[in-house]
Design a protein around this ligand. Structure first.
Ligand SMILES: [Zn+2]
Length: 753
């Protein structure tokens, strides 16, 4: 009897949980929560009342059997039986994909406006399932009416910089369908690899799909892995993937990037370039000056031949022809390109690219298709029927919409999902800081557009460039959970979107990813550390969390066995390593650790003033940055730890609080000529007892280090005030990077001992 009572209690609490856990992403247009549950068991039936719904039912069954170990039988509808009914209903909404869903105690009724609508209803149902293995899946009774805000909801994947297998591309497509995306932009060719079999040009894959080695670490590292890297998709595999996507109501838009980003093609067929080579499939990232020759007719024949096969394989309305980052220097010196400019009466090389694009567009249009390209194709005049993907911010998209051209908004900030999602990434990423709330708060329809122009915004797309995605786990780490933010921006009604509401759903969304075996990022939980001075001029470590339910703990000297509860900024009494993390209500750590080494000296936390303000771009934390106890890591330019002065000197005065013995002063500086950062022309130290009258300290200032530079002087004296002057290098001399411009002066910590 006792045992039974216990069971009832358990199921009672599960029931309560199920009723409140409606954490659907993207959030539906309307949800009405009901009371009670519907329970899916192996005896639940699927009833197909409309035609052509076998595909969607099969998807649900695949999901159930993969994640819960059972699937459902398809039967005729019968009253009173536990069943999931799929049907059609005219929903009178202009975009395809709307659906309603009615969950009652014995029946789930999903009605789509079309096949895709029913499929999206199933995706919503999947999100109502509990994230734990069971054969009695409780879902809450509710009513949903839902519809997409935009007709184009895209995710992109670059398979040129790093290749992903057929099976993984299918998995990626499934990630998209779980979030109701309907377009997959497949970036198939680039300087670093040609990834699609073209029968007429076998060298493209024989030669162009391999590079001899790959850059290690961040762009500019000059280190390579000495490992040949290859990969491409056969036409049979592509057909298979296109079919797989179509069964998920996803259109694949293939991208053949021309006339720039073509080094893999040039390596395969050097006659396509202006200089005729030889070329080498690129082993590093960035933009190559070598592009397709736009003067030679054989380039156009090549592109048309390639697109013929591409259009055979991909039934999409749009074919992406790239058009981005095409340097014009080779065209400027190529007689054939210059001849073309003359013959066609073009003004310059930008118009030559425009000519190139228009000619290719004409061909694609003649086959009943349209082109879409990156916003660079606006330069020199947009092709008459082309659509634009706006990546360099929104300006290109806005300009195109004002010229009545269709637009997909995919601005680098914040829709490049390969940018860092935390300030302390533990592996190399593209850089920049693009946390999930940035992604979430984006809206594809700019205020600069009126209602009529806004109609040209087809939607938006999250982009995933793969320079630093060299494995599947890393891809997922970058994609999740930000894909859910992109999805909600593109699907949910604008007035339904709310970051605080999304934030409340996020932990459950992450639980679902975990259940699905996805390697998601926990960056959302990451602590935001700042250093502050107390009233007593001692430093304190302040830690903040976006997640208000979590509790912050901290440890000293990396001893994670003895943790302390955080109750406000932590006093830092001595030099050492401090760590902090966020825990949930079960005291489980849910964030990554933040580690900080504090190096204390007489100046740490003391009053400091600067006679010239640092440049606004490099002044985070202000003068206090120089006495916050945090020294820059070796060889790393972490701009947040520096103050930057453009063409100006740095002059700082530190008040040590009282007259005391001082034996050493150290100034940390930095040199990185490539970024126009030059070491100080001279560094000098001064002392004072009143803060007004300073005298030079009579001791030589020695410099040591490369990149990270230390300027130090040792002596014996008494002082209350210390002044440090670092002279800017001035105008950069000829022959040096940035010649003729003002040099940057970067200074970091000042130590007084
Ligand atoms: Zn040329």
């Amino acid at each position: 009897m006792k045992h039974l009572f216990f069971l009832i209690l358990i199921s009672g609490s599960l029931l309560a949980k199920a009723q409140t856990n409606i954490n659907i992403v993207p959030i539906p247009a309307e949800i009405k929560a009901g009371k009670g549950n519907f329970i899916i068991t192996p005896n639940t039936a699927i009833v197909l009342e409309g035609g052509n719904l076998e595909n969607t039912a099969a998807y649900l069954n695949e999901y159930l059997s993969k994640n819960y170990g059972f699937s459902l039988k398809m039967v005729k509808r019968s009253k009173g039986k536990n069943q999931i009914v799929l049907n059609y209903e005219r929903l009178d909404y202009p975009l395809p994909g709307s659906y309603t869903m009615d969950v009652k105690d014995k029946e789930v009724y999903i009605a789509g406006d079309n096949e895709a609508g029913v499929f999206y209803g199933i995706q919503t149902l999947i999100q109502l399932l509990p994230p734990m293995k069971s054969t009695a899946l409780r879902i809450p009774q509710l009513y949903i009416s839902d519809r997409p805000r935009f007709g184009y909801r895209g995710m992109h994947l670059d398979v040129a910089r790093h290749f992903f297998s057929v099976d993984y591309v299918k998995k990626y497509i499934d990630f998209l369908s779980l979030h109701k995306f309907n377009n997959f932009h497949w970036h198939l060719t680039d300087d670093q690899g040609w990834r699609i079999e073209i029968k007429k040009y076998p060298n493209l894959t024989e030669t162009g799909s391999c590079r001899n080695q790959t850059l290690v670490g961040r762009y500019g590292s000059d280190k390579y892995d000495s490992t040949r890297y290859c990969g491409y998709y056969t036409q049979e595999q592509i057909k298979e993937i296109v079919k797989y996507a179509a069964a998920r109501y996803i259109t694949i838009i293939p991208e053949i990037d021309i006339p720039g980003h073509c080094v893999a093609a040039l390596t395969s067929y050097p006659f396509l370039g202006c200089t005729k080579g030889p070329y080498k499939v690129m082993e590093t990232w960035g933009v190559s000056p070598d592009v397709l020759c736009a003067g030679n007719d054989s380039s156009y024949v090549f592109v048309q031949d390639v697109l013929d096969e591409v259009m055979q394989l991909f039934p999409s309305e749009y074919i992406h022809i790239g058009g981005d980052e095409c340097p014009k220097e080779k065209w400027k010196t190529c007689p054939v390109c210059q001849q073309r400019i003359k013959e066609e009466k073009l003004q310059n090389e930008h118009e030559l690219q425009s000519y190139f694009t228009k000619r290719i567009e004409k061909y694609v249009n003649s086959k009943g298709r349209k082109i879409i390209g990156w916003d660079e194709i606006l330069e020199g005049g947009i092709a008459p029927n082309a659509a634009i993907m706006s990546w360099r911010g929104e300006a290109g998209g806005i300009a195109a919409a004002k010229q009545n051209h269709y637009v997909v908004m995919t601005p680098e900030n914040p829709f490049y999902i390969n940018h860092s999602q935390t300030r302390n990434e533990d592996s190399v990423t593209q850089g920049q800081y693009n946390p999930i709330e940035n992604v979430y708060n984006y809206d594809p329809v700019s205020k600069e557009l009126d209602t009529k122009q806004a109609k040209y915004i087809l939607g938006g797309q999250g982009n995933l460039w793969s320079e630093y995605l060299d494995n599947e786990k890393k891809l997922e780490y970058m994609l999740f959970p930000r894909i859910s933010a992109v999805a909600e921006v593109l699907w949910s009604p604008k007035q339904k979107r709310s970051w605080p509401d999304f934030e409340k759903r996020l932990p459950a969304i992450l639980d679902r990813y975990k259940f699905q075996g996805i390697n998601y990022s926990t960056a959302y939980y990451d602590l935001q550390p700042t250093v502050m001075a107390s009233e007593k001029n001692e430093i304190r470590w302040k830690l903040e969390s976006r997640n208000k339910d979590g509790k912050i703990i901290y440890v000293l000297d990396s001893n994670t066995n003895a943790s302390f509860k955080y109750a406000g900024p932590i006093p830092i009494p001595k030099t050492g390593l401090y760590g902090a993390a966020l825990t949930n209500n079960d005291n489980k750590i849910i964030s990554s650790w933040v580690w900080q080494y504090f190096n204390l000296n007489l100046a740490t936390g003391k009053k400091i003033s600067l006679s010239t303000e640092p440049n606004k771009s490099y002044s985070l934390g202000g003068a206090f940055t120089l006495v916050d106890g945090i020294q820059n890591e070796k060889g790393m330019l972490r701009s947040a730890q520096f103050l930057g002065f453009n063409g100006k000197d740095m002059e700082a005065i530190i008040d040590l609080g009282n007259d005391q013995p001082v034996t050493q002063i150290i100034l940390h500086s930095f040199e990185q000529k490539g970024s126009w950062i030059y070491k100080p022309a001279a560094v000098s130290f001064y002392k004072s007892d009143d803060g007004i009258n300073f005298s030079a300290i009579d001791a030589p200032v020695n410099m040591s280090g490369i990149k990270n530079l230390l300027y130090q002087a040792s002596f014996q004296l008494n002082a209350r005030y210390i002044k440090i002057i670092a002279k800017n290098n001035g105008i950069i001399t000829a022959g040096e990077p940035g010649a003729g411009n003002n040099a940057w002066l970067f200074v970091d910590e000042i130590e007084v001992k």
